[in-house]
Design a protein around this ligand. Sequence first.
Ligand code: G6P
Length: 542
Amino acid sequence: MNPTRHAAWTALAAHRDALADTTLRQLFATDPDRFTRCSLEAAGLFLDYSKQRVTMETMALLVKLAREAGVEAHRDAMFRGDRINNTENRAVLHTALRAAAPVQVDGRDVLGDVFEVLAQMRDFTGRVRDGLWRGASDQRIRDVVNIGIGGSDLGPLMACAALEPYGHPELRAHFVSNVDGTHLATTLSRLDPATTLFIIASKTFTTQETLANAHSARAWLVEALGEAAVARHFVAVSTNAAEVSKFGIDTANMFGFWDWVGGRYSLWSAIGLSIALYIGMDHFEELLAGAHALDDHFRHAPLDANLPVLLALLGIWNANFLGAHSHAVIPYDQSLHRFPAYLQQLDMESNGKSVMRNGEPVGCATGPIIWGEPGTNGQHAFFQLIHQGTRLIPVDFIAPIHSQHPLGRHHTLLLANCLAQSEALMLGKTEAEVRTELTAQGLRGAALEALVPHKVFTGNRPSNTILCERLTPTTLGALIALYEHKVFVQGVIWGLNSFDQWGVELGKQLAKKLEGELEGAPLQPHDASTSGLIARIRAARG
Ligand SMILES: O=P(O)(O)OC[C@H]1O[C@H](O)[C@H](O)[C@@H](O)[C@@H]1O
């Protein structure tokens, strides 16, 4: 059903209008228990949403919306292995990759297959990490290069960066994704073929960028060590054994997964091989366990005390009722510097859609633009707009209480900045406060009046704060799963299929045709802009 037709949607719109003059300052002033009421903890993650522009009535109506949209039934269908990805007729079972109880797909318990690949990963990663799997010239592997893109890159890259303190002291992890030769060339320029292992990670094994990079990496290795070395230096992670063999990787060196694992949900599968190599299989399994703890919470906690459900509902409130177009995610942890990029694919590829599962137009705003950078860097770049710009930009602040790298007072400074930003966004600064401040600084008359409007902060700008004790494999697993399920719940409420991505196809098809034309094939009819650009590039390339 169209989301706007739910009774709770109409009630929320009326409630929003009734609440129009209520500010966060007032909400905090009138309810000393607001923080306690608007915070909860699960799977090692603590969420404070008291700085969202909501009352208890808002939350009750939002939970009603979730109920009317059938969030519980859809959630159960996903965990059960129903084919909820209706346009591709697939189950959606990334949760089975971190499950403990049997999960059936077409009458087969997929957990056996999952455990088999985990055992294969444990064996292989153990041998590489212990220096038993050796390169063709009998040297131990020191550099692992994951070649993949999208879901076959962003998750592993983000997780390896986040868990760097757990990294093997003698192994470095590299990630090459871009078809721009610069990415591969600059990476290889620092590496020795004799001690380098390539993981070609691609669900389909047909992705143009990944195959181009894989072929060039293979040529680089063969030139140095000869054809026979490929078997010791290349492994593949894919669902497509035929294409893996065609590329020239022995399927004995292939780690499989299944069509019920979506690309952007695949870091829990063998796509996480680079993570497991880098942090070790025990830590990789802790990552899975952290996600599983969050899965359990999502499955069993009541909707009004359910972390991912609440995050999703607050996002819907901000996007559909308060008019926010984007959503900033600001980790106060340098090691999470690729987390916003990871979330961009997770959220925007899942819910960046305008038709519902049944093909009808959705009729309301859907997935927001996700963006962000680590704090405090973002403060010195774009926070001006979040504080005083004309747009409403809800923020998720994410911070571990203890640093992975304690260094003097650094972490205190970091946390103080994190709290200061959400406080400033919420409180703002009134005209009266600005006048008092400027008067105290000795300003008077016209000089004071000229400055006042520039120094006023409207405040009333919403944010969540998510804290964890420490960033560990377990808490990272829970954090990622939290956002996965948030995206899922929002997709259900908007009536979307969050698990296909037809929107990325058209550009791919057109690029295929253009490749030849750029290399001198007869020009095809295009719009004047594209034809003009092709002509200019061809002329310059000679
Ligand atoms: O893993 P692969 O099959 O190479 O796909 C890599 C990526 O490319 C596609 O274009 C999709 O948009 C992504 O969802 C996917 O993660």
